[in-house]
Every structure is written in C-alpha cells, then in structure tokens.
Design a protein around this ligand. Structure first.
Ligand code: ZN
Length: 299
C-alpha cells in the first residue's frame, strides 16, 4: 500500500503544474541520432516520439523546423491554455482545435493530451504522434508562402505518413492499414454514396463540419484513400513537390497543374468513380490476397 504514495504525490504535482498552465511534461524532439532509436516492447512517449521523428526525417525525407518540442497536458483546459500561451493560437482557434482533439500540431511542435495518451495503446499513440508530426512537417514545407493545400490533401497525407510510420516501426503493414480504411468506408454509417466530393473538403471549416456530421470514414478515410491513390499513380516525391510549392510567392491555384499531369477536377472525378466502385462485392480479404488493395479503377 505504501507504494501508492509516490503516485499520489506525482499526480498532485501534475495538478499543481496544470494550475499554472505549464505542460505536465515537455520533450525536445530529436532528429539527429546517427541510427534509428531502438524501441523496447513498451516505449515511453518521449522514446516513441524520437523514433517516429527520426523515421519521418530520414526514411520519409520529411523536413522539420529546427527546434520543436512535444508538450503534454493533463486535461482539456490546460491543453487549450497551452495552445494559446505556447502555441500562439488565437483563443477561439485554440478552443476549436483543442476541444475534441487528443493532439494538435503547431509551428512550435506537438500539443498532446496526456490523459488521453495514458489510456491509448501503443499503436494508437504511435499513430497520433506520426499524424501530428506530419502536420508539423507540412507547415515547414509551405512556410513563408501563400495559401495552403486543400484540407483533404493535408489530412490524407498525414494519415498516409501515419500508416507508413506504423509499417516502418513494424507495428502494422501498410497494406493492412489501407485494408482497414477500405473496410471502414464500406461499413460506414454514412453510405459511400453520401460521402462529400473531395472538392467539398477543401477548406478547414468544411472539413471540420463534415467530420462532425458524416464521421471519420467519409472524411479521414476518404482523404487517405485519395492520397494513397495519388501516390500510387505519381509517386510520393510529386506529392512532396506539390506541398512544397505553397512556400512560393505564387498563385496557389496553379500548383496542382504544375506538378500533376491530370487536372484537379479530373482526379476528383476519377477518384469518385473508384470510391463508388468500393461498394461492389469483393472477395473476402485474406493475407496476401488481391483484396488487400482497393479494386482497380477500370471497374
Ligand atoms: Zn490531422
């Protein structure tokens, strides 16, 4: 029983910290280790973040700002307060972004809900860190430029990075993650026919409204499948080039046409046809079976 006291003291200390709006924990994120940090069976959040950041920098060639940190908070109120005071978010934006989020990316790094992390399994935590770090990298890619890519591309790319990282960590093969997203789309309470077109998921406001109204498969799932297909056809280097062009002092509307050989609207239409095709009967999924990837677009 006496062993409980240090835990209680630690919790009291955390609560005391939170009352002055400081993060419960704070990590400087390291990218420069000579080799990928090795992880044991139950890595700490800090170890996991460093390993993921290293893989994203050195295996996926994603750029990052020089000094970023991960800030962990004990609850929603301190989390939102941290977004305002350390992340530099406006008060309304901080509440919008922080209210239902378990993690948020800003220019200075990752803001995380420690209470959520404490009850999330390893793969879930790794996925959250990778998704949010992808957003940090996207901000670096377009720093100083005009405009921003459509929200479906940003979110789809963040989940694409997440699934690549889970594969690189040996936690889950990429094809299995994609298969899970396809199954979630097919089983979605919003039928695929009622998924919004990609063009309707361009602004962050429309994105948030659609997530709340239609759920994750219609938004995050669809956006990931679209980015996965974009990469399958043109390669990840083209996608990186596209995201990086927003750093230029140029009309953001010309970037797609400069990078991809297919008009934006045409890609959206082709993807829509492919998405609708997912609803047709497919053979049961099995290890290594053709059902591991979505049906081909010609159907
Ligand atoms: Zn995101």
């Amino acid at each position: 029983m006496s062993g409980r006291w240090p835990i209680v003291v630690a919790m009291l200390a955390a609560v005391a910290c939170s009352s002055v709006a400081a993060p419960y924990r704070e990590y400087g994120i390291r990218f420069d280790a000579p080799a990928p940090p090795s992880l044991d069976q139950s890595p700490s959040d800090g170890e996991l973040i460093d390993a993921i950041a290293w893989l994203m920098r050195h295996r996926l060639d994603l750029p990052f700002p020089a000094d970023i940190k991960a800030y962990v908070y004990v609850n929603e109120a301190t989390f939102v307060d941290g977004l305002i005071k350390i992340g530099g978010e406006k008060i309304d934006d901080a509440w919008d972004r922080g209210r239902f989020a378990s993690g948020v990316a800003t220019r200075v790094g990752l803001f995380l809900r420690g209470d959520y992390l404490a009850r999330t399994h390893l793969v879930g935590r790794a996925g959250l860190f990778a998704h949010e770090l992808a957003h940090v990298s996207q901000s670096k890619l377009r720093a100083g430029g005009r405009g921003r890519p459509a929200q479906w591309i940003l979110e789809g790319h963040a989940d694409w990075v997440k699934f690549k990282v889970l594969d690189l960590l040996g936690y889950r093969p990429y094809a299995e993650s994609r298969d899970t997203v396809v199954r979630a789309a097919l089983g979605s309470t919003t039928p695929i026919t009622f998924f919004p077109d990609l063009q309707a998921l361009a602004s962050s406001t429309a994105w948030t409204q659609s997530v709340n109204r239609l759920g994750s498969p219609a938004t995050y799932g669809q956006a990931f499948l679209a980015v996965d297909w974009l990469v399958e056809q043109y390669g990840s280097a083209k996608l990186m080039e596209f995201l990086g062009r927003f750093a230029l002092d140029a009309d953001p509307r010309v970037h797609w046409g400069t990078v991809f050989p297919i008009p934006y609207r045409q890609f959206g239409d082709n993807f829509r046809a492919r998405l609708n095709g997912l609803g047709r009967p497919t053979p049961p999924a099995g290890a290594g079976s053709p059902a591991a990837s979505p049906p081909s677009s010609s159907r």
